[in-house]
Design a protein around this ligand. Structure first.
Ligand SMILES: C[S@@+](CC[C@H](N)C(=O)[O-])C[C@H]1O[C@@H](n2cnc3c(N)ncnc32)[C@H](O)[C@@H]1O
Length: 418
């Protein structure tokens, strides 16, 4: 750091590209790229060299913090444009993010230490290759649950799910509502994006919400109370859908009048088995409602092959993770195959053009494109697409938000009885 140029007769601090590069770990090339994206624009010295003053350093800090939180460069640029230059807000969010990260890692550590301890107790470490492989599978599952869930448990994902829920509420939930006194089980409630709508639309219904992630449940509780809803009226339970029904207790068989599932089956390796288990949770005559997307239903104008390739990379990645991003079209066969009756499926198309700026922003940008953008790193690392093609695809998806752009996507909502 050094004191430098005299601008408007006031001595100010400024830094060279080299100094900024050393401090931030970003190469001069990357800093120039960030300048092209409008993220960080340098001043020029009288000799034409790039110089960065306190304002730009503050901006750089905020951009780096946002990037650590997992945001893409374009999202960061947009956020920096929107927000005031006070770094305290960013620092506070950064500290909160780190605390959450430490807690998650602590939880992972405790789980793995638990597995290790039980291995040592049972002498399984001395077992044969098969036995050890089984144990390793358990360890992999535990790690996956905490770290590799295809959409992640990061706050950006939380924001995306909430933007998605708010934008689509009428389309997906206009006809969802449960009578007072009925018992409803929401499965895979995540951070509570749908739970809030369910609670608001079904006053007096008794809600039980479960998810495999305790972090998500904590966030769901927090969001419920932030929305002014009575969290005591909702039971949140951490459990795996594949452990249902429990032998006894509140999650034992035949306890619910209704089951509600949204954007869960697409992530499960055995969605049919999950539906069979959920049927056992229902009272005779009970109903199930399932909402899922289908990325194969996406089309847009202007059409773009790179954009379709980026979407295909997401579909393929989800497939490799054991899920199915094209599951919407399978709801009918899955439900009938799991023994449900009166299955009826209703496709719900989101059609977006410039006359719907709320959907241009809430759906094309913040929901769909953000979700595809979120798999950039793993998709490239898995060799499914190269970086240039992926970024081209994302640019083309953003291109559909311009005044002549059009975007279509279909969700599927299924209802059935035991
Ligand atoms: C895409 S999120 C959807 C969350 C919420 N339903 C919504 O629509 O916003 C999927 C959720 O399913 C949960 N999940 C994944 N596998 C699960 C399992 N085997 N049992 C229970 N929950 C699971 C994840 O933790 C995540 O919160």
């Amino acid at each position: 750091m050094r004191v430098a140029v005299d601008q408007r007769r006031t001595r100010v601090f400024s830094w060279s590209v080299g100094e900024l590069s050393r401090a931030s770990g970003l190469s001069a090339r990357v800093l120039r790229h960030w300048e092209d994206l409008g993220l960080l624009t340098a001043d020029r010295s009288p000799h034409g060299h790039r110089r960065y003053g306190p304002e730009q350093v503050t901006r750089l800090y905020r951009a780096l913090a946002l990037r650590r939180m997992g945001l893409g460069l374009r999202q960061i640029a947009a956020l920096l444009e929107e927000q005031d230059p006070d770094p305290v807000t960013t620092l506070r969010a950064h500290v909160a993010e780190l605390q959450e990260d430490l807690r998650r890692r602590g939880e992972l550590h405790d789980r793995l230490a638990g597995v290790l301890a039980s291995l040592q107790d049972t002498g399984l470490t001395d077992g044969g290759e098969d036995q050890q492989a089984q144990v390793l599978m358990k360890v992999i599952e535990t790690m996956t649950m905490f770290e590799q869930y295809v959409h992640g448990y990061q706050s950006e994902e939380n924001r995306r799910l909430h933007d998605q829920a708010e934008t689509l509420v009428e389309l997906l939930h206009g006809d969802t509502g449960y009578p007072p006194g009925t018992t409803v089980l929401e499965v895979g409630c995540g951070v509570g994006a749908q739970t809030i709508t369910l609670a608001q639309r079904s006053p007096g219904a008794v809600l039980t919400c479960l998810d495999v992630s305790s972090d998500s449940l904590t966030e769901a509780r927090r969001r419920m109370s932030a929305a002014g809803l009575d969290t005591a009226a909702v039971a949140f339970r951490q459990t795996d859908v594949f452990d249902l029904p429990h032998d006894q207790g509140p999650l034992s068989a035949s306890r619910f009048d209704h089951v509600f599932v949204c954007f869960l089956l697409e992530h499960l390796p055995r969605p049919g088995e999950a539906l069979t288990r959920l049927r056992a949770m229902l009272n005779p005559g009970g109903t199930i409602t399932v909402i899922e997307g289908d990325h194969g239903s996406t089309y847009f104008h202007p059409d773009s092959e790179p954009a379709r390739d980026a979407i295909a990379a997401q579909v393929s990645l989800q497939h490799h993770a054991g899920g199915d991003a094209l599951i919407g079209r399978r709801l009918y066969p899955l439900l009938t195959g799991a023994g449900y009756g009166q299955v009826s499926v209703s496709p719900r198309q989101v059609y977006v053009d410039a006359t719907r700026p709320d959907l241009v922003d809430g759906f094309i940008r913040k929901t769909f494109t953000a979700m595809i953008e979120g798999v950039r790193q793993p998709a490239i690392a898995a060799g499914l697409i190269d970086a240039e093609r992926f970024d081209h695809g994302i640019r083309d998806l953003h291109r559909t938000t311009e005044p002549d752009g059009v975007f279509c996507y279909t969700f599927f909502k299924a209802q059935a009885t035991t």
